[in-house]
Design a protein around this ligand. Sequence first.
Ligand code: TNX
Length: 540
Amino acid sequence: MRPHHRPTPRVTRLLGSLLLVAAAGTFVAGAAPTPEVAAEEAARKARPLGEVVPAPASVAPGGSPYRITRDTRIRVGASQEVRRIGEYAAKVLRPSTGYPLPVTASGGQDGIRLRLAKGAFGAEGYRLDSGAKGVTITAAKPAGLFHGVQTLRQLLPAAVEKDSVQPGPWLIAGGTVKDSPRYGWRGAMLDVSRHFFTVDQVKRYVDQLALYKVNKLHLHLSDDQGWRIAVDSWPRLATHGGSTQVGGGPGGFYTKADYKEIVRYAASRYLEVVPEIDMPGHTNAALASYAELNCDGVAPPLYTGTDVGFSSLCVSKDVTYDFVDDVIRELAALTPGRYLHIGGDEAHSTSHEDYVTFMARVQPVVAKYGKTVVGWHQLTGATPAKGAVAQYWGLDGTSAEEKERVAAAARNGTGIVLSPADRIYLDMKYTADTPLGLDWAGLVEVERSYDWDPGNYLPGVPASAVRGVEAPLWTETITKSDDIEYMAFPRLAGAAELGWSPAATHDWDTYKVRLAAQGPRWEALGIDYYRSPQVPWPAR
Ligand code: TNX
């Protein structure tokens, strides 16, 4: 940093003052600092430009910071969608700054500007330029502007996230951030079957995911313990199959209007909903709702325990495929996203032959309704449809044979989303003392969760087959938003960074410092989180 310029004392000043200046050697008491001094002072108070999670692709600090003031406007141009992003930013910034921050279409170089422009930004990238006059976020697509707004939030002090007026100052360091994601699939899965979560609880999680530029919300909508989406042609799936959950509570389900509201809200945060109906195993709730879906024609009771692998659709019955067609047709019609997840994991009560038969019949149904198949990686034990995506959830100890099956499919064109259970299963305990969660994949502390590379994680998988990273949260032990947050934070931020940031930025020692700065932000937002001793959190 350059040394401070010292203000020149005026000759008319009292001798006493001059003596004081000489004695202090630095500052003139009461004199207004020159603009340079003021700028340097401010620059020192601004948060470092690169201290963001996920790490931006490139950061070039320099120049004066921008200060948000009572006069700041949010300039959005003529696009309605950009205006909506501007309103979103204003909603984040108004309560804590106490400033009006009007969103305006009127032109001007100052303030917070959101601009769409042609350029090599990609579908989700953006550029952020900050200087004394303003902050400009430029992107080719609205999604890029939205992600740029998340960066802007993190460049401001943590107190900006509070819902009451805070002192400021509201500085954004000077310089330029150029940013775009490493992968197009940066997901989080929420299991709403083992325990049901309301639309509002899902929205709360969506808001938290958006902070870290996550762009897929995978909803695990059916399992043994509960069917959570209304299907008009098979109404008992929801009314009976959705009527309980793990532990025997009341469960619940989303009406079509509820589900559309989740889709709409997620889309407003640039997340695509990937709905999952898990088949042919994990289907007790469906089997309990319709006797004819069972090979023996007898409906089992509803199930509220946590075992897996005991249920299967009846692969040899035609009615099974009528059911599957109806469910996929109705769900596809509600889902603007490209993907439909058909599960396929832990079908321990389905013979291998039946599994292969079932997947060969069901995958074309997904295509018929215009969607791309996603399945858990067991799908690679059948023949994945052209263009399908397999979600890998193995662990270090998974057999070489199973890993090679996934790798062979990847070499054959199947896309791979990485969700290694001993890294980013958010339901794994951090330590033996973690009050929530499971430990079948091991204990997963924050460093272990972060410290792997999706690009070369699975041997034999070409880097080009890797679509990205997804952090699943299974909810056998999770019953409320605080539980979701405690298990997701801080590991979710790491998974998001693995999906977004260039491999070259990957470094635990610098990551943990950026991560530590998120703690006060989570506190300001009321997000419960695990204060891992591996992370140098600021004192509270
Ligand atoms: C395995 S991962 C499952 C889920 C459980 C989870 C608990 C996968 C595809 N299946 O049914 O909820 O472990 O961690």
